[in-house]
Design a protein around this ligand. Structure first.
Ligand code: NAD
Length: 362
């Protein structure tokens, strides 16, 4: 199979970690008989340096022409970088928001996995995480409170702020379908999180999710109120498979879930639209403090590439081979400095990519 992949290496550690992910993709393609064709795209600070803007129409066109886009992180150190002397709409992060909007990326996926080898980094007690956990947070990304109308006006002499929270049934249905499709590739359980005891938008959310669930008889659906979910994530994280939720609840819960896994360098993410297209990137930023030192952890980007194979190309076996190789390398005790603990072997970014490649098998 030929895989047309747009690549945004990005800023800071971006080029270092994306290079390793491409190395792993190439090795996986070689082992399984595929061919990766990369188109390099400029975005963020790198694009400002060349084009004066963080995202050009040409980059958008080329991204749309690709089957999927793999991205490192973008941005720099706002205290010293000249990019942050520009007006907000011309800074690196503006490119990120624009590309998500242009590509209609309404579904954000963040896996939160606790590898047994990295239990030390987890802030939860041993008895809670005895068996580890592996959940997927599926967050609606282009609707809800963050996209509603807002205003601050004086009402009877009192300053009053309004933020509108709206969801229509189509927005809910498309993300719910995505959630159930993904559950079918996992342990077939969806926990839909809302605040249906208070909010109308949540009551509609729950109704539409139930309608969608009827088309997926193999998937177990449960509803959970968001306040309870926040507690359950630290009380019994292993109960979750796919958490399906709206924009603001997902924003908060995905950060909570990622913190309990311990390390930012391990966290992959994907943003999908209603085709097979997706933008795949690590959850962390461009880490300007360690850029160019060859010590960044490339695993989040490598796992994002595995998500790309699974969700954009339906190459499940290939994705699994990468995930198994990552586990194996951790089992053997190889660590980048951010996840280093006593008794393990510290290696750099490029060596980590090489080690993971060496464990990729059909
Ligand atoms: P950051 O995630 O870049 O760094 C936070 C800490 O985590 C730093 O100590 C960093 O060294 C460490 N870290 C992050 N990724 C790592 C990795 N792969 N391996 C080892 N250590 C890692 O967050 P920040 O410092 O707040 O942001 C830096 C820049 O990144 C800013 O310009 C910010 O806007 C941008 N940013 C971009 C994205 C994105 O591209 N999606 C996301 C978040 C932040």
């Amino acid at each position: 199979m030929k895989l047309n992949i747009g690549v945004i290496k990005g800023d800071g550690i971006g080029p270092e970690i994306v290079t390793e992910a491409m190395k792993v993709l190439d090795k996986t393609s070689e082992v399984f008989g595929h061919q990766c064709c990369y188109t390099q795209l400029l975005m963020g600070g790198a694009s400002i340096d060349v084009n004066g803007v963080p995202l050009t129409d040409e980059t958008i066109r080329l991204a749309k022409a690709s089957d999927a886009v793999l991205m490192g992180s973008i941005g720099g150190d706002a205290r010293v970088s000249p990019w942050y002397q520009l007006e907000p709409s011309k800074r690196p992060e503006a490119g990120l928001l624009k590309i998500r909007k242009e590509l209609n990326l309404f579904a954000n996926l963040r896996p939160a996995i606790l590898y047994s080898e990295l239990k030390d980094a987890c802030p939860l007690k041993e008895e809670i995480i005895a068996d580890g956990f592996d959940m997927m947070i599926m967050r609606e990304l282009t609707g809800g409170l963050y996209f509603g109308e807002r205003k601050t006006i004086e009402v009877d002499g009192v300053m009053t702020a309004y933020d509108e929270l709206t969801y229509n049934e189509n927005e809910i249905r498309r993300i719910a379908k995505r959630g159930f499709d993904i559950a079918m590739k996992r342990r077939k359980k969806v926990t839909s999180v809302d605040k249906a005891n208070v909010l109308d938008s949540s009551r509609l959310w729950r109704k539409v999710v139930e309608e969608v669930a009827a088309d997926y008889p193999e998937v177990v659906l449960e509803h959970m109120l968001v306040d309870n979910c926040a507690m359950q994530l630290v009380k019994d994280p292993a109960q979750f498979d796919v958490i399906l939720t709206e924009n603001m609840f997902g924003d908060i819960l995905s950060d909570e879930a990622s913190m309990v896994t311990g390390s930012i360098g391990m966290l992959a993410s994907a943003s999908l639209n209603d085709t097979k297209f997706g933008l795949y990137e690590p959850s962390g930023g461009s880490a300007p403090d360690i850029a160019g030192k060859g010590i960044a952890n490339p695993i989040a980007t490598i796992l994002s590439a595995a998500m790309m194979l699974r969700f954009s190309f339906d190459l499940d076996k290939e994705a699994e081979a990468i995930e198994l190789a990552v586990s194996q390398v951790l089992k053997e005790g190889y660590r980048t400095s951010d996840i280093m603990s006593g008794g393990n072997i510290q290696i750099g970014t490029s060596e980590m990519g090489d080690k993971i490649c060496s464990y990729i098998h059909a």
